[in-house]
Design a protein around this ligand. Structure first.
Ligand SMILES: [Fe+2]
Ligand SMILES: [Fe+2]
Length: 359
């Protein structure tokens, strides 16, 4: 369900908006300006309705802090204000609001704006794809939403349904090529879903490039899709924290591998490579990974996933740093040869330089 955070210092207004928004089937949480950031971190809204005039922490201050978090960089923010002053409105847009509604407003105006912005997410860019390509990405999204929910509740994943979605992706790429799909996902590494989708697509392309048999390609792609599924149990304030993690936060992050492994152990019918990718994708050849495994002790599927993951991380959009071009990413990855499997890395470099031979 679409999640909306209402930030307003006035309790009766918060109550009224909460009631009104129920009509458009949203999950609504409210907060004061002062509590807006901590509430956002807990709630992870899909949209924020932000008042400007708040005595303790005003809308501009909330907006500035919100935008400093990677997770909220692109979250639609609609500012609600009684100020029709041109400078205020221009400053709001300069500060990164997506829309501005003058108070008092008609509820239908608000609803219209919300529905328009609901559709303005990354996934709406998929409408430029062919019907088959769009359908498979949306299917993968549905499967992942379910997998996240299952992991949250510690109930088994639907291995067959996830496999089916990956198989449809394979068939779509086989018949329509992968160029449009790559363009639709490349660089989008900002949420766990988009990162997982990116991993899934690149692992699929790389293993096809390497000549894996179809069933093995699909197993590996499932591993890409599910490798970080345990992240859903890591506290959001740690998962989406900009900048360096302290030691406790780092330990919380490391646990995503254990959480993922636990849910996979409960799930029937998952290929071993999927479990291995989940458990070992943070191992590094020089032993600097989570469990300190070294070189050949790390299975090939996990070494391959580590390479693709590094590529996704450095070419993806990041807070406070520009994403690298693929050429820069490859030379950076070559400097990590001690950590990444050198032979696989050479193959990956060749695959990227050949554009994975996609059309
Ligand atoms: Fe990952
Ligand atoms: Fe991970």
């Amino acid at each position: 369900m679409y999640k909306i955070l209402v930030v307003n210092d006035d309790e009766p207004v918060r109550r009224l908006l909460r009631l009104q928004l129920r009509q458009i089937d949203c999950e609504v949480t409210t907060s004061t300006g002062a509590a807006a950031i901590s509430t956002s971190i807990k709630f992870i809204p899909d949209m924020v309705l932000l008042d400007i005039e708040m005595p303790e922490v005003n809308g501009f201050e909330v907006l500035r802090e919100l935008r400093s978090y990677n997770e909220f960089k692109d979250t639609p923010v609609i500012m609600l204000s009684s100020s029709a002053d041109e400078t205020t409105i221009m400053n709001a847009f300069k500060g990164g609001v997506n829309d501005y509604i003058l108070k008092p407003f008609n509820t239908s105006v608000l609803f219209g704006k919300i529905i328009a912005w609901q559709d303005a997410g990354i996934e709406t860019q998929w409408t430029v794809l062919s019907h088959e390509q769009e359908k498979v990405l949306r299917l993968l999204k549905v499967m992942m939403d379910e997998a996240f929910e299952n992991t949250r509740r510690s109930t088994p994943l639907s291995a067959a349904a996830i496999r089916n979605a990956c198989e449809i992706l394979y068939l779509t790429i086989e018949t329509e090529g992968a160029g449009a799909i790559v363009r639709a996902v490349a660089g989008y590494n900002t949420t766990v879903f988009l990162h997982s989708l990116l991993m899934c697509v690149y692992i699929m392309l790389f293993t096809i490039y390497k000549g894996y048999a179809k069933d093995d390609v699909i197993d590996m792609a499932m591993g890409g899709l599910l490798h970080d599924i345990g992240s859903v149990k890591v506290p959001n304030n740690v998962l989406f924290k900009p900048g360096k993690l302290d030691i406790t936060e780092y330990k919380d992050t490391v646990l995503h591998v254990q959480y993922g492994t636990e849910i996979m152990d409960k799930t029937q019918g998952l290929p071993q490579v999927v479990k291995n990718i989940c458990r070992y994708h943070h191992e590094r050849m020089d032993g600097s990974g989570y469990e300190g495994m070294k070189a050949e002790k790390i299975c090939t599927e996990a070494r391959l996933a580590a390479i693709v993951e590094t590529y996704c991380a450095v070419t993806g959009k990041k807070l406070n740093s520009e994403s690298k071009t693929s050429a820069d990413a490859l030379s950076y990855m070559m400097s990590l040869r001690g950590q990444l499997d050198p032979k696989l890395l050479e193959d990956f470099k060749e695959a990227v330089l050949n554009n994975f031979k996609v059309n």
